[in-house]
Design a protein around this ligand. Structure first.
Ligand SMILES: NC(=O)c1ccc[n+]([C@@H]2O[C@H](COP(=O)([O-])OP(=O)(O)OC[C@H]3O[C@@H](n4cnc5c(N)ncnc54)[C@H](OP(=O)(O)O)[C@@H]3O)[C@@H](O)[C@H]2O)c1
Length: 333
């Protein structure tokens, strides 16, 4: 019989879906002493993926069937790394087998799916968290501390864009509606998440516009948010045009520039004519911080993370539901 999580010193992880982002997870995992990788499942590339990590993980169990991974008693927790459209079904598969789940962003494609996952996790005493890696990075901890110290007074305006240019291929996962493509769900989630980190209070108004492309998904979308007590965010995302990934925060006594705001390492604080630059890098892929948090919560018997609770994911996905409803953009079932 397996020991309960509270009697273990490491979480035995499995990976479901071995595409591009799963590599970031595997490469960061050795940096987390409380995490071990014991199994992977891929329908298309199980042997090829696991073969790349044979030196680090010679005893990996390799499945071509996700249900076998979900049913493996040697696996405590599963990282879901398939495309957005599959997150709900794959997370549900694992939760119903009593596995803890860390699921890539967006955790689901709508709020209703997330509520169902949350309820299932509670019923099975399982931990559930969205793998929105930005939240856990040292650069974000540094930024949060600076804001708590009010180094630029009250933040009143935030600007952040996340635009990349993907290949002009209707099958690309960001353009394909069957894979829940579109800029909002894949990229827009980052500035929306960032605005919630910066303001950390109730959202009182949200508007958006989108350019829907020939495949039926949003290729360029922009969002205007207003938070209680003053605080505006002007945000955008795009999978057709590349933009700088710099966030600009304007406060009553200065400004902050966050380079690569979705994984920041460099933060410039400007007050008057003075600029102070904080360098807050991280080793490897940076996924070690979310793995560390999830592993810590699981070993401590927590149902959710305090850093990225389900309510926070629910707020973000509900906002994205609202925007998509305004644009008339829905995904196939
Ligand atoms: N945190 C981050 O920085 C970050 C960055 C990129 C992506 N992501 C998230 O990670 C998730 C996966 O993204 P990715 O770039 O890794 O995707 P990907 O490489 O295109 O696909 C990931 C896996 O999904 C399955 N899959 C993909 N297309 C499929 C299809 N048409 N039919 C059936 N299965 C399919 C495959 O699983 P098998 O291995 O089983 O075949 C594939 O290996 C997305 O939800 C994305 O939002 C996060």
């Amino acid at each position: 019989m397996n020991a309960p999580d509270s009697q273990r010193s490491t979480v035995r992880w499995g990976i479901l879906g071995c595409g591009s982002i799963a590599h970031n997870f595997v490469q960061a995992l050795p940096l987390v002493p409380t995490a071990d990788l014991v199994a992977v499942a891929s329908r298309s590339n199980a042997a090829g993926f696991s073969g790349q990590y044979r030196d680090t993980y010679p005893d990996l169990t390799v499945y071509q069937d996700y249900a076998e991974l979900a049913g493996d008693p040697a696996v405590d927790a599963v990282y879901i790394a398939t495309t957005h459209n599959f997150h709900f079904a794959h997370a549900m598969l694992c939760l119903e087998q009593g596995k803890h789940v860390l699921c890539e962003k967006p955790i689901t494609i709508n709020a209703d799916q997330l509520v169902r996952l949350r309820d299932t996790a509670r019923r099975h005493d399982c931990f559930l968290m969205e793998a929105l890696w930005t939240r856990f990075l040292p650069g974000i901890r540094q930024l949060t501390e600076l804001l708590q110290q009010r180094v630029i007074g009250d933040v009143r305006l935030l600007q952040a864009n996340f635009g990349i240019q993907v290949a002009d291929d209707p099958q690309h996962r960001l353009l394909n509606p069957q894979l829940a493509g579109g800029a909002l769900l894949d990229l827009g989630i980052y500035p929306l998440n960032f605005a919630r980190i910066v303001y950390g209070r109730e959202l009182i108004s949200a508007r958006s516009v989108a350019e829907i492309g020939p495949t039926g998904v949003d290729e360029v979308s922009a969002y205007l948010l207003q938070f209680a007590g003053g605080g505006t965010a002007v945000l955008s995302s795009s999978c057709r045009v590349a933009t700088p990934h710099t966030a600009l925060l304007y406060g009553t006594t200065g400004s902050i520039e966050v380079e690569d705001f979705f994984h920041p390492s460099v933060i410039h604080v400007r007050t008057g004519s003075h600029t102070h630059t904080y360098q807050v890098g991280y080793p490897a892929t940076g996924f070690q911080y979310e793995i560390q948090e999830a592993s810590h919560c699981i070993l401590s018997g927590l149902a959710e993370s305090r850093i990225m609770p389900i309510e926070e994911s629910l707020q973000i996905i509900s906002l994205m539901d609202q925007f998509r409803a305004d644009w008339g953009l829905s995904y196939p079932d």
